[in-house]
Each structure stands twice: as C-alpha cells, then as structure tokens.
Design a protein around this ligand. Structure first.
Ligand SMILES: *Cc1c(COP(=O)(O)O)cnc(C)c1O
Length: 460
C-alpha cells in the first residue's frame, strides 16, 4: 500500500496473489467437451441468436490468468474478458471487498441516498486520470453508457450538436454508439435508422498510411473543418489505442495536435479509455503514452475486476454543466462494483501492476518478434503494455501491399483454442490477433502460449 491512497473499507490486503487454480494449460477432452456441448444445446434453445460467443466452452472457475471449463480443461486466458479482469481473475482482494460489501448493503441508489464507496471511486479517478486540474466523475454501468454520457455532457457544455469519431473506432452497441463504430457489420446492419450528427474522420494508422502524427492530424482536422464545421462540433471521441479496430497506435504527436485544435475551437476531446485504461498498457491511462491530457476520460472494462462499472471523468467545469438529475441511473455506481473498484486501484498500487504491463510488453514483443522473423504472414507488431497485437497479411506482403489475411487469424485462433490458449481476434478486416492478458499472466505462461501460436502458424 502506498501512502498516496487512504485505506478503503476492504478488510483484506494480502501481500502476494494467492492462486486457487494451477497456472497452467491442460486439455483433457475434445474442445468443446461433452458438458460444454450439452450446455450449448440448452443455450441455443433460449439465448438470443444475436449474442455470439468466440469459443463455446462453458466456464466453471477462473483464477489468475487461467479459465477452467465445465469439462476440466484449463485455458491460458489471453483475452481477460476483453480487458476486464486486468488484475487477474478472482483477485483475492477484489473478491473480499465485493463479498464484504454485499454483507453491508447491495443497493440504495446513489441518487436517493448516497454512500462513501461512490465518492471514493470518484476521488481515485480524479487522482489517476491524466491532467492536474479539478476533476469530477459520474458512474454508470457499461462502456457504451460511458460513451453516451460523455456525448451528453459535451453537448450540454458546448451547446453544440455534432459528434466526431475516427475511422476504425469501436464505441459500443447502444443506439447512439452503434452509429459511432466504423464497422456496420455486425454492429449496425439492420438496426437503423442511425443517430444523426455523427461524423467519421480519418485516423492515424501508421502501418498502412505511413503518415507522421502531424500529417495525420492535419488530415483529420481538414475533414472536421470542411465536413462538420468546428462551431457545430461538441466533441471528438477517440480511443488512444483502438481496441476492436486492431490495436492501432497512432503516430507520435497525433493526439496532442488534435487536442490543440479542439481546445482552440471549443471542442471537448474525449479519450475512450474503456479498453486501454486502468493499468492495461503500463500506465494508468494510455493517453499518457502520448503526452496527451484529454478533457474527458471514459473508463469501464478493467475498473472493477470484472464487476460492472463505468465512469466519465474530466474537467470539473465540463462535468458540472449538466443540470441535477440529468445524469445517473438506477444501477450506476453500484456499491458492490464500487467496493471492487477501490480494491482494484489499491491492488495496482500495492502490487506495482504498472510494472507488470511493461514486463508483459517486453516478453510479448520479444516472442512475437521471433515469430515474425520466422513467419512472413506477420506484418506488424504493435501496442503498449498488456495490449499487443499482430496484424496478419498474405505471405510476403508485409512490407509491400499488406493484404489482409483473415483466414490465418481464424485458423490460428481455432488451433490455439484446441490447445488451451484463448486468443481474441480483432481488426477492421478481421486480420489481427490481440494479446490482452491479465497482468497476472506470467512469462512462463506467455512463452507457452507463444509456442502454441508458433505451431499454429506452422500448421497453416
Ligand atoms: C468495450 C468497449 C466499449 C463498449 O463497452 P461495453 O461495456 O461493452 O458497452 C466502448 N469503447 C471501447 C474502446 C471498448 O473497448
């Protein structure tokens, strides 16, 4: 525990992680196994066909960096529920804090009778989000809800209508956010009409556009000035490292140039740090890698160790522009989620988890670099911390036409799953494999997973 944090109500502060599942992969049945297959049949009868699953193995237990299914198979989890269980599955102090809170009270509704845990999470967010100025937060339930609230808050503050996003973005599945995504399929197709006043501006994708940050920003700004007009633009919403788009890291100087333009034009610039935040990339927030201080920051996924919680945090004058009662919701800032979030912040400090992000990046870059030297379908390795991806291209086109190779991505992830490695895919063209492990993943587990991926590529 560092002296920058005041102690929480969390009664349990263990010195080192305690694992209740051996941290190893182990495949004992066909994948999926018989019990998973049985559950899958039940699921098909009652769960909407609109809900997909990457791998239909049904999970019984999860701990650290390992998922255990109902048939007793153990998977190295390189997805962490899409970057949610960032500090590890069922982390001891998170479990203890959540259990203790359920015994005290589970719900009052902060907008009826408030409680300390909500306030404490807002204090921690003010402390750890980028920027040294007075900050305030609102807590809600999901990433998409954070995006929606960010847009509402920016519109109220600016009195303007338009929302701008970047190409290859992903912001959620609600009626507003589906219009903010780059990909129509599967997120928007057939679900229209789409929300109006959403504009898609060019992004920075160095592997493909070869532009400097300054040139990419000039291109984005030219679009915003011509197509939207700055006097109508409420906010520009961007992911510091694009998630679903394929972990694109923009060229140096891209965000700071956009922030300078936004500030000069009264536009609220919003960092969607839903996937990249909360110690995921070796910093609390990925914006810090770019020397960028956003006006508003959106947090969700990793904030509460797996419990649902999200936040909009930012400049106090922007956050206070809303009328009382204009923000909030029944479950927003649930006390159990807040207790878990406090434990997550404390665990990041106590266990120096920012260093774990740096360690994982080093291990993955070394291992993936060796694979790239061996296999000419790996075109690009990119990302920060425990948010690293490889872009797969047609053999030998990595330095020339960079033609997408989504077939290889599907085959490698299927092979990996059969061998006990859960690997997520991404990318506008479905040709990116993303490594989004929890910070609890050891170098031994990473080396083991990389050897499986090596075999998978060799077997193509
Ligand atoms: C996951 C995600 C969202 C949506 O979050 P939900 O909790 O699924 O609604 C929005 N933005 C980014 C960058 C995400 O990764």
């Amino acid at each position: 525990m560092t002296d920058t944090l005041t102690p929480s109500t969390n009664p349990s502060t263990p010195a080192a992680p305690v694992y209740t599942v051996t941290q190893e992969r182990k495949i004992v049945t066909a994948i999926p196994g018989p019990k998973s297959a049985e559950l899958q049949a039940r699921r098909l009868a009652t769960v909407s066909g609109g809900v997909a699953s990457a791998l239909p193995v049904y999970i019984k237990k999860a701990n650290g960096a390992i998922l255990v299914d109902v048939d007793g198979n153990q998977f190295i989890d390189l997805g962490a529920g899409i970057g949610v269980t960032t500090i590890g599955h069922t982390e001891t102090s998170v479990v203890a804090a959540a259990v203790a809170q359920t015994q005290d009270f589970i719900h009052t509704l902060f907008t009826i009778t408030p409680y300390e845990e909500y306030v404490r999470v807002c204090e921690l967010l003010a402390e750890h989000t980028p920027g040294d100025f007075p900050k305030k937060s609102v807590l809600i339930n999901s990433g998409a809800e954070a995006v929606e609230n960010g847009v509402k808050i920016a519109r109220k503050y600016t009195g303007r209508r338009a929302v701008a996003v970047l190409d290859h973005a992903y912001h959620g599945r609600t009626v507003l956010t589906m219009a903010m995504n780059y990909k129509a399929m599967p997120y928007a197709t057939g679900y229209g009409p789409l929300a109006s006043d959403v504009y898609h501006a060019p992004s920075s994708y160095p592997y493909h556009d070869g532009l400097s940050g300054a040139d990419a920003a000039a291109r984005t700004i030219a679009y915003l000035e011509k197509v939207v007009g700055p006097t109508d633009l409420a906010c520009l919403v961007v992911e510091p490292i694009q998630g679903e788009g394929g972990f694109m890291v923009p060229a140096e100087g891209f965000f700071t140039a956009l922030q300078t333009w936004c500030t000069a034009n009264g536009v609220v610039m919003i960092a969607d740090e839903i996937q990249s935040g909360m110690a995921r990339t070796g910093k609390y927030y990925a914006s810090e890698h770019f020397g960028w201080t956003p006006d508003l920051v959106l947090t969700a996924k990793g904030i509460a160790g797996g419990m649902p919680l999200a936040a909009v945090t930012g400049r106090a004058e922007i956050m206070d522009a809303s009328q009382p009662g204009g923000l909030g919701g029944t479950f927003g800032g649930n006390p159990v989620s807040c207790a878990a979030a406090i434990a997550v912040f404390e665990s990041i400090e106590r266990n120096d988890l920012l260093a774990e992000g740096a360690r994982i990046e080093k291990t993955l870059r070394a291992g993936l670099g060796a694979l790239k030297d061996k296999h000419d379908i790996i075109g690009d390795i990119r990302g920060r911390g425990a948010m690293i991806a490889i872009e797969l291209v047609q053999p030998g086109t990595g330095d020339t036409t960079k033609e997408p190779n989504s077939a290889a991505v599907s085959k490698i992830s299927a092979y990996a799953a059969q061998h006990g490695v859960l690997l997520l895919t991404a990318g506008t063209y479905g040709n990116v494999l993303r490594f989004l492990p929890s910070l609890a993943v050891t170098d031994v587990l990473l080396a083991d997973a990389l050897s499986v991926i090596d075999d998978a590529i060799a077997a193509l």
